[in-house]
Unconditional design. Structure first.
Length: 269
């Protein structure tokens, strides 16, 4: 059983939901990224999602776009991201790590080489925003050969036939984008999210995670009631940007928000 499946099973057995935290690798440095990963886990994160820096992050809003720019200005590459994961694995063998990004860096490195190096580093899966199922056969085969999950996005306007097709190819979990637009945009409509999540869960046994638009404990708790996982990203990157003048303070600053979300999700708030 993969780390992702193991984590969801353990949480489900305990009546808890997963908290998935996104940060951009290399923002503001790979050393701070590593420190943040450990701080996020200590604060209650169950799965770490690492953004692979890319020059044209089309699904991301201004907050994460700027994070990508900062990481690229530091010269951070996918190989550097693998190195961060390997360093994380030196003291954390259990927390799943998923890389989120775009197809160009994977194509540049090569599908099989990317999958092999990711597995060697301790990566558990990929979310590739601009790789739809119809065009992911080669990528999927390379990842499957290394027992890595390929996690697909489902949008609010995805119809039932396409949901079925996506779920038939996905593994690990499926990621429901809770609003139309880019990361960090709009207000969360929990009722609409609940209806769509119920539809997805009637089609697949895979866990369903919900992201985009979740920025505080109350929103995280509401989404946790109707899904298997809450994904938070832009709110954490905003906290990174708030402490760029004092980078040593960044891990504690992002962990503070995660801790409040974990508390709310567990009904202790």
């Amino acid at each position: 059983m993969s780390r992702i499946a193991t984590r969801f099973t353990a949480l489900g057995d305990g009546g808890r939901k997963a908290l998935v935290t996104f940060i951009t690798a290399g923002d503001p440095s790979t050393d701070v990224t590593l420190a943040m990963m450990h701080a996020l886990v200590e604060a209650g994160a169950n799965i770490i999602e690492l953004g692979v820096p890319f020059s044209d992050p089309m699904a991301d809003g201004p907050v994460i776009q700027l994070a990508n720019e900062r990481a690229l200005a530091n010269g951070v590459t996918m190989s550097d991201v693998f190195e961060v994961v390997a360093r994380f694995r030196a003291s954390d063998e259990d927390t799943p790590v998923v890389l989120m990004g775009y197809l160009n860096p994977i194509e540049a490195k090569g599908y099989e080489r990317t999958a092999r190096q990711a597995a060697e580093a301790g990566v558990d899966g990929f979310i590739v925003v601009d790789a739809p199922p119809e065009e992911s056969q080669e990528l999927h085969a390379a990842l499957r050969a290394q027992q890595l999950d390929l996690i697909f996005l489902i949008a609010p306007n995805t119809d039932e036939a396409r949901i079925r097709m996506i779920c038939s190819q996905a593994s690990g979990f499926v990621y429901y984008v809770s609003l139309k637009g880019v990361t960090g945009a709009g207000n969360l409509d929990v009722v609409a999210v609940e209806e769509k999540v119920a539809q997805i869960k009637s089609i697949t046994d895979l866990p369903v995670g919900v992201g985009f638009g979740i920025s505080n404990g109350a929103a995280a708790a509401s989404v946790a009631e109707i899904s298997d996982a809450v994904v938070v990203g832009s709110a954490l990157i905003t906290r990174v940007a708030q402490r760029l003048s004092d980078v040593k303070a960044i891990p504690a600053h992002v962990a503070e928000l995660v801790r409040s979300m974990r508390t709310a999700m567990d009904g202790r708030g």
